[in-house]
Every structure is written in C-alpha cells, then in structure tokens.
Design a protein around this ligand. Structure first.
Ligand SMILES: NC(=O)C1=CN([C@@H]2O[C@H](COP(=O)(O)OP(=O)(O)OC[C@H]3O[C@@H](n4cnc5c(N)ncnc54)[C@H](O)[C@@H]3O)[C@@H](O)[C@H]2O)C=CC1
Ligand SMILES: O=C(O)[C@H]1O[C@H](OP(=O)(O)OP(=O)(O)OC[C@H]2O[C@@H](n3ccc(=O)[nH]c3=O)[C@H](O)[C@@H]2O)[C@H](O)[C@@H](O)[C@@H]1O
Length: 439
C-alpha cells in the first residue's frame, strides 16, 4: 500500500515515519526544500524522542521517501493525508489557506481515485471545503476523476508523539464513502492489534471530536489552575487536592496538574478556534471562554510571585530560568509560558539567564531572540542569580544537587512553576520555595 503525507511537520513526519514502520510505502511532501533536503541527510527538523531512529530506519529501507513534488508523491497512492498547519487567523478562527491550497494541488495533479484524508485540526465543514476545492481543480482540467474525502484527526502529544502514534487510544475516522472506509481500515490495521480502536463516524463529527478533545483537556487544566489559585488563598495545598480528586476514576488523575498555564501549538489555538466556530453559529461557548481567560492569567502567576517576594521593581536583579519549551521532551516554543514570564521580569528591570536541554536554539532563533542569556547547563544559569524559576519540568531538573544550587544562587529562593519540588524538604535545606497552589 502506498500513501502520501503532505506537510512534514510534527504530525506529518511522525505519521509518515510510523506508517512506513509498519510496512506502508510513504512519501512525505513539504514545500520547504531545506527541510526535505535535511531529512534526506538524516537531519530532523524537530526534537521528538524516538523519531530520528524511526525516520532513518525507514528511509534507509526505501519505504519512507521525502519530496517537494506532490504530483509524483500521489501517483499510485491510495491515500493523501493533509497534515499542514492550521494557525489561528487574526480573529482566532483556524486559517485554512494551507489545507485548501493542498486540496487544490491534489485536484490539479491527481491521476486516479484517491482518499484525501485531513489530519490537520480543522473546523467542522472543512471536509466539504476540501471536497469543493478538489472538485473545482478537477473541473478546471475538464476531469471527473472519482475521489473521497475523510477526516482523520490526530491525537498525538509532542514529546511522546511516536509512542502515541504507534499505540493510539483510538483512531477517529470520519468518512462517507464505503471504498474509502475499506482503505482506511486496511491502512490502520497494524495499529490496532490489541483490539478494535477505530471509531467511524460522519465527517463533521470527526472534525468536532478533535476540538472537543483538546477543549476538554484544556478545561481540566484551567479548572485545576483556578482551584489551585483558590487553594493558595484559603490555605489548602493544590497538590493534595489534586491527588484527592484524581483518585476518583470519574475525574481521573491526568491533566489536572496546576502550573504556569497550558501552551503549545494546539490548546491555545484550538480553544480559540472552537469559540470562534460557535460564535459563527450564534452560540457562546461560555465555559471555554473562561478556560481561555484563566489560562491567559495563569501565565503571569510565577512572575507575580517573584514581585511579591522581591518587590515590583526588579531593576538590577537576575533570575535563573530552568526550562523554556512549553512542556518537556520537545523543542517547541510555540505559545510557551516562558515567553510571558521572561517579558514580565524584563519589564520590571530584571535580566534572565536561561537553560533548556533542547529548546534553546529554537528560542534563540524564532521566539525569545536575544531577550535572555542562554547558559550551557542548568548550574551556569544559577551563577549570581537572585532566585531560580522552574518553568518546564524536564527530568534533569527534578533532583539537582541542592548544595550546589544553594552555593550558586545569591538567595536560596525558588519559584517552582510545576510543583515538582518537595517544599518541606527544601525548607530543611534552608531554601524558601514557592509553588503553584499552596503557600
Ligand atoms: N503538533 C502537534 O502535536 C499536533 C498538531 N495537530 C494539527 O496538525 C496540523 C499540523 O501541525 P504541525 O505538524 O504541528 O505543523 P508544522 O508547522 O510543524 O508543520 C506543517 C508543515 O506543513 C508544511 N506545508 C505548508 N504548506 C504546505 C503545502 N502546500 N505543501 C506541503 N507542505 C506544506 C510546512 O512547511 C510545515 O513543514 C495542525 O492543524 C495542528 O493543529 C494535531 C495533533 C497534534
Ligand atoms: O492537538 C494537538 O496538537 C495535541 O494537543 C495536546 O498535546 P500537546 O500540546 O503536544 O501537549 P500536552 O501534553 O497536551 O500539553 C499541553 C500543555 O498543557 C500543559 N499541561 C498539561 C497537563 C497538565 O496536567 N497540566 C498542564 O499545565 C503542558 O504543560 C503544556 O503546556 C493534546 O494532549 C494532544 O492529544 C493533541 O493531539
């Protein structure tokens, strides 16, 4: 079986490599020539645990190819996945220009029946727009070639993307064509050896499922951040409360960790987009509006704690920051709370010395530019710093040598944005540690 995956980013590259890993012939297509050349030379465009190995193994075997030529890639392919970006437009709605651009190109270049499956996160009714774009391109050529559209939203998490793709909780397929359903079933068979995991539905429901899933997860996080902020006011400990409620299986113990707000390329944009979709239909998604508001405020919680401790004016002070990426095990800096925290500290007159195990190049090049001093390791960031801010919970920050930390910092003060440290223990070592959701 042969497929094409158009868009070789987090989703396209991981999906393409994992499909190739189960024996499918895959061509990953991108318009970015440099990305494609690099991949052919074994250079990954992103940091994702386990990805390099799967890509290189399958590239060497010949099952995984990289190309900028969409026409060639879809020749003989049963499925063309659209996995390009859907960034937020100015009004918050998902910008579909890349998705529809690919649909148009497929319609222009296809030579046989093909299933066009959208993997990008797209608002409900996009399936119809994709179908219309392909039809319009075909009719320009005077062609009536048959094709099907499908919605196959992706649920992988960055930092665990390969694992998530290879062992999915579920595979959602929105489809309205029997032949297409059969092809998708065949394609996904290897990923559900431990039980039937495909949920078939109509295309609009599949499109909505993706937004509802991300919106639900974002809601859990904002809910817990709200509760954590209240815990702090009333003298309760959010960590205890988290454990107390998470043990109820109806609530579950995942995605209820308070912190510095959710970031990344998905929750912020997808919550905005579903709110916008609702508005277009004259409906207010009030819960999600609050989810977004809580999250926007939560990004300021850590810098507020710093100012409560040291005063509003931080002129001449230096802060060490451990972690920049929006979560561990990724170099993705999109919507990372670190950006807001750095801006707040700088606006109050402070300088920031940062260390992140993998995201510093990305931060330096695209997001935080020259706003911070980048350090070669976690300890270097502490030298002459007035306090430490833990922003991303990378494993290597979990058990530092506290005696070294204490010696390097000017003050033994820590602001733990992810509640990874045992503050009672740190107190016995002479540290004053502030967490999220308890005094
Ligand atoms: N990043 C993630 O963890 C997840 C992302 N998604 C969704 O998947 C979609 C893609 O997201 P990412 O992979 O993060 O994006 P990305 O920005 O990492 O990659 C998109 C790629 O598409 C390429 N591209 C743009 N126009 C093209 C065209 N006409 N032809 C070929 N390639 C083209 C870009 O050069 C880029 O390499 C988005 O809709 C996102 O919401 C869904 C689940 C997880
Ligand atoms: O649509 C997407 O792109 C993806 O979005 C999220 O994945 P991702 O953004 O990669 O990472 P998450 O692990 O969900 O973390 C998102 C943010 O929430 C924060 N978070 C997560 C969990 C938690 O308990 N508390 C919390 O603050 C993280 O620190 C991070 O900033 C979803 O988890 C994926 O299922 C989905 O496919």
């Amino acid at each position: 079986m042969k497929i094409a995956v158009v868009g070789t980013g987090y989703v396209g590259l991981v999906s393409g490599a994992c499909f190739a890993d189960v024996g499918i012939e895959v061509t990953c297509v991108d318009i970015d020539q440099k990305k494609i050349d690099n991949l052919k030379n074994g250079i990954m465009p992103i940091y994702e645990p386990g990805l390099e190995e799967v890509v290189i193994r399958n590239f060497k075997s010949g099952r995984l190819k990289f190309s900028t030529d969409l026409g060639e890639a879809i020749q003989g392919a049963s499925v063309a996945f659209i996995a390009v970006g859907t960034p937020p437009g100015e009004d918050g709605s998902a910008d579909l220009k890349y998705v529809l651009g690919v649909a148009d190109e497929i319609g222009t270049k296809m030579t046989d029946y093909i299933v066009v499956a959208t993997k990008s996160t797209v608002p409900v009714t996009t399936g119809e727009k994709v179908r219309a774009a392909i039809k319009a391109a075909l009719s320009k050529r005077g062609s009536e070639l048959p094709f099907a559209v499908a919605s196959n939203p992706e649920f992988l998490k960055e930092g665990a993307a390969v694992e998530d793709f290879l062992k999915p909780d579920r595979i959602v397929i929105g489809v309205d064509d029997e032949r297409a359903e059969e092809i998708m079933k065949r394609l996904y068979k290897p990923f559900q050896l431990s039980g039937e995991r495909i949920i078939y539905m109509d295309i609009p429901s599949a499109e909505m499922t993706k937004y509802a899933a991300n919106a639900m997860l974002a809601t859990k996080i904002s809910f817990m951040n709200d509760i954590a902020n209240l815990c702090e006011l009333v003298g309760a400990d959010a960590n205890m409360v988290r454990r107390g409620i998470g043990s109820d299986p109806r609530i579950g113990n995942k995605f209820i960790y308070p912190g510095v707000g959710y970031g990344g390329s998905c929750f912020p944009k997808d919550v905005k987009a579903i709110i916008k979709t609702a508005k277009q239909y004259g409906y207010d998604l009030r819960v999600l509006q609050a989810v977004e508001e809580v999250n926007d405020d939560q990004k300021y919680v850590l810098s507020k704690k710093v100012k409560e401790h040291f005063g509003e004016d931080l002129t001449g002070m230096t802060f060490a920051m451990w972690g920049l990426s929006f979560k561990p095990n990724t170099d993705d800096m999109r919507e990372a709370p670190a950006g807001v925290i750095i801006d707040e500290l700088r606006a109050a007159g402070a300088t920031v010395k940062a260390y992140d195990p993998v995201a510093m190049d990305e931060a330096r090049e695209h997001y935080i530019f020259d706003k911070v001093t980048y350090c070669k390791d976690a300890y270097e960031a502490l030298v002459d710093a007035d306090a430490l801010l833990l922003v991303t919970e990378w494993s290597e920050f979990r058990i530092p040598s506290w005696d070294v930390v204490g010696r390097l910092l000017k003050n033994k003060v820590i602001f733990d944005g992810r509640n990874i440290y045992d503050r009672k223990y740190l107190k016995t070592l002479g540290f004053e540690a502030h967490g999220i959701g308890s005094k």
